[in-house]
Structures are given as structure tokens and as C-alpha cells.
Design a protein around this ligand. Structure first.
Ligand code: PLP
Ligand code: COI
Length: 340
């Protein structure tokens, strides 16, 4: 029950909420929005989602502000990326206004699960779409289910805003050079599970993947993008095999606001020797500062933080993002939807 949740110590996990909202695409059109209090779905055992991976999802957050208002961060961008993921997997794109309406409805229906202001927690919104048509031959579905569920969450990496360590390995890729890495589909995460477990077992929070073609450049982390601060510049990988992160896009804008030049380009592993800060960034990760990056194949250890503390730029990013999301700082870029 919502009144029993220890908001300040919430992990990034699933907590049952009251309702989810659903919409079915059938006979060439999206149907009525349905509100459900069931956590289950009824799916044909031969559905394309189960056999051929026709599954895409999104992740965005709603926050309770200092003024008591509910704010959702950059929802239209998630709607746009969801459309791109659908197109990438030959699924039916969800109209952006339907996506937004259903996210807002799911938040409103579960208002009592929005963590209070100041707890560091938020209501995570997880839209997902699955192919429902039974197929044995490899072919796209013609029926799709779109669901928006929500769950209150705390920080993704243990300990919240403090340094975390990453590792590099050439043993695994999460995506192929011209594969599905830029789409938010379940298959990419399935592909990252073995390497992710290996990293966790060795004490790292995540793998920092290399570009899958040449294994020369940094790509992204299993659940987040990557950036570093080098010679006073914000540098972040340009790659076709990474997810275009909305958090990363926002940080590039904040960097420009702060007078920090931004470079989106190939970043070689060697460059890690000369960076003053690094972080994993994403909706779940926010901007998680990196202390050390270890190359498990060469044995090289890149010490990013010498004092064990998050760097000044990442700290300022974190504070600005938090302030915009809670209504303490003006939303000058039009990133916020206020839920009325
Ligand atoms: N990269 C991957 C693989 C992710 O799963 C995520 C999380 O959504 C991100 C990057 C960050 O994207 P965003 O900032 O839009 O949440
Ligand atoms: C998010 O940041 O929203 C994600 O989807 C990452 C996920 C692997 C938890």
C-alpha cells in the first residue's frame, strides 16, 4: 500500500500500483483506452512478441514538485522515440498524442504512488507495445497491444548519487553495427544480460560497451548513455548502435546553458586517460558519476575520480535536472508537462 512505502529508500524495482491503461490495435485501428486493475495480460502462446521479439518499451518519469504539482519530463520525446522503435521493428506506431494521453492517465490514476517531493524518488512510467498476432513463420503481427504501467522507483545504481564503477569487455556486444541498438526493444536488453551479470559479479554497476564493429570506440552502458568531461568539454559518443538518450540530449542543452562546449563524436578508449569526469546518463540512471573504468581484457584501469566524489559538472547537472523536475528552477526549454 502507498502509505506503507519507505519513499526515501525505494530501490529501482516493481511496486504494484492501482491501475494500468491499455489500448489494442486491431482491424487497422487503435481502439478505446481501457483502464485495468489487473497486472496480467492474456496473450496467444504463438504471439510475435513471444517468438520473434516484437516488443518495444519506453521509460520516463513523473515527479511531485515543491509546489505540490505533478511534472512529467520530456514526454513528447519519449513518444517520438517510441514511434521510431515501432518503425524499427515493423510494429504499428502508437500516435504520439495517444501515447501522451495514456501516460498522463496512468499517472493520474495512480497519483497516490507518486513519491513525495524531496525523497529523491519518482513515479517511473513504462509504456510497452507487443505484437499479439499468432505466427509461426517470421512475419510481423497485425494486432498490437499498447500498455502504460507505472511504478514508484528510487535510484537505479546502488547508493544514489555517488561514484560507481564500469567495466569494458570485448567478449560481448549488446547490439550489431546496423542492428537494433538505436531502438528501445527488449531484445537489446536480453542481449546484455550475460555481460551485465558478469559485470555485477565482479563488482561493477554496468558494462561500458565498445562499438560493435571496430571495438575501438566507446558506445554506451547496458542501461544508459555515457559522457565524459575532457578539456572542459562535454564529450559523448556518436554511434548508430546506441539508444538516442533523452537525458543525454537534455544534458547537452544544459551544458550549453552552462557555457560548456559539446562534442558528439567517436571517443577512443585511450581518451579515458585524460577525462576529468565521466557518467552514465539516462532516465533511470539520471547522471550517475563514474569513479573508475576497468578494461577487463587489457587490465588497464582508468581512474576518473581521484577523490572518490562526483565531479563538479556532473553535480551541477544533477542539481539542475532535479530542480527543473521539481519546479524549483524555471523550465526554460519547455521540457515539462504539468499534469492537472
Ligand atoms: N541507453 C540505454 C541502453 C537505455 O536503456 C537507456 C534508458 O532509457 C538510455 C540509454 C537512456 O535513455 P533516456 O535518457 O532516454 O532514458
Ligand atoms: C530507463 O532509463 O528508463 C531505462 O529504460 C533503463 C532500463 C534498463 C531500466
Amino acid at each position: 500500500m502507498a502509505n506503507e512505502i519507505d519513499w526515501s529508500n525505494l530501490p529501482f524495482g516493481y511496486v504494484k500500483t492501482d491501475y494500468n491503461v491499455r489500448c489494442l490495435y486491431r482491424d487497422g485501428k487503435w481502439g478505446e483506452i481501457e483502464v485495468s486493475d489487473s497486472e496480467n495480460i492474456n496473450i496467444h502462446m504463438a504471439a510475435t512478441a513471444l517468438h520473434y521479439g516484437q516488443e518495444i518499451f519506453e521509460g520516463l518519469k513523473a515527479f511531485r514538485g515543491v509546489d505540490g504539482k505533478i511534472r512529467i519530463f520530456r514526454m513528447e520525446e519519449n513518444a517520438r522515440r517510441f514511434r521510431s522503435s515501432a518503425e524499427g521493428l515493423l510494429m504499428e506506431p502508437v500516435p504520439e498524442d495517444l501515447f501522451c494521453r495514456m501516460c498522463i492517465q496512468a499517472v493520474k490514476l495512480n497519483e497516490r504512488f507518486i513519491p513525495p517531493y524531496g525523497t529523491g524518488a519518482s513515479l517511473y512510467i513504462r509504456p510497452l507495445e507487443i505484437g499479439m498476432t499468432p505466427r509461426v513463420g517470421v512475419k510481423e503481427a497485425d494486432e498490437y497491444l499498447f500498455i502504460v504501467l507505472v511504478t514508484p522507483v528510487g535510484p537505479y545504481f546502488k547508493g544514489g548519487f555517488r561514484n560507481t564503477n564500469l567495466c569494458i569487455t570485448r567478449e560481448y556486444d549488446r547490439a550489431a553495427p546496423r542492428g537494433t541498438g538505436r531502438f528501445k526493444c527488449g531484445g537489446n536488453y536480453a542481449a546484455s544480460l550475460t555481460a551485465g551479470k558478469m559485470a555485477h559479479d565482479k563488482g561493477y554497476s554496468a558494462v561500458l560497451y565498445l562499438d560493435p564493429k571496430e571495438k575501438k570506440y566507446l558506445d554506451e552502458c547496458g542501461p544508459a548513455n555515457f559522457y565524459a568531461i575532457k578539456d572542459g568539454k562535454y564529450i559523448t559518443p556518436a554511434s548508430d548502435s546506441i539508444l538516442p538518450s533523452i537525458t543525454n540530449m537534455s544534458l547537452m542543452t544544459l551544458a550549453e546553458d552552462m557555457g560548456i562546449p559539446v562534442e558528439r563524436r567517436h571517443i577512443t578508449i585511450d581518451e579515458l586517460r585524460d577525462v576529468s569526469e565521466a557518467a552514465a546518463c539516462g532516465t533511470a540512471a539520471v547522471c550517475s558519476p563514474v569513479g573508475e573504468i576497468d578494461d577487463l581484457d587489457t587490465g588497464e584501469k582508468y581512474i576518473i575520480s581521484r577523490d572518490g566524489k562526483p565531479g563538479p559538472v556532473t553535480t551541477e547537472f544533477y542539481n539542475r535536472l532535479s530542480a527543473i523536475r521539481s519546479g524549483e528552477m524555471e523550465d526554460t526549454h519547455g521540457w515539462i508537462t504539468i499534469v492537472e
